[in-house]
Design a protein around this ligand. Structure first.
Ligand SMILES: [Zn+2]
Length: 162
């Protein structure tokens, strides 16, 4: 896959490091990173049937009725990992997870930008898989998404109270 390198600056230890992202203009293309070792898988949201299915479940949820389209898109991105097979270390893949700092392991860089001048690379990235998800029945799939949605709503409420 054609990727462009981004440069990140770690908020904790100041290390500058680089990591690939799908090239700009690849609409619907995401790299998902695992919460454990930070492995990457590729998601093409436009032709992943599970992405569409999870979107439909979310739209069907009472929680999503008061949300703006933007909020719904954010929620979809943060819960989509529940419908994906986990990394070999058992951790979940997440859309939008920042690459970890190679020095201290923090995933919260203080800044990131496309390398200037741009650096292009071709990365071999496996496509996200959904074998576990496909083993679930329709009701179980809904339950999995609703449970995660509930956790996200709960966390969001907690953070506005603080
Ligand atoms: Zn660091």
């Amino acid at each position: 896959m054609r990727c462009v390198l981004w440069t990140y600056k770690c908020a904790r230890c100041g290390t500058a490091y680089e990591a690939p992202e799908p090239a700009e203009g690849a609409y619907g293309a995401f790299l998902m990173r695992s919460a454990g070792k930070g492995a990457t898988v590729y998601l093409n949201a436009l032709d992943d049937p599970v992405y569409e299915e999870v979107t439909a479940i979310l739209l069907d949820s009472p929680h999503s009725r008061g949300m703006t389209a933007r909020q719904r898109a954010d929620v979809l991105q943060s819960l989509f990992g529940v419908a994906c097979d986990r990394d070999s270390d058992g951790s979940e893949f997440e859309i939008g997870r920042r690459p970890a700092c190679p020095t201290c392991g923090s995933c919260q860089p203080k800044s990131w930008e496309v390398c200037d001048p741009p650096k292009w690379i071709d990365e071999e990235v496996p496509t996200v898989s959904h074998e576990q998800w496909f083993r679930l029945g329709e009701q179980e799939r809904k339950a999995v998404v609703f449970r995660r949605l509930h956790e996200i709503m709960h966390r969001a409420r907690g953070s506005t109270e603080n």
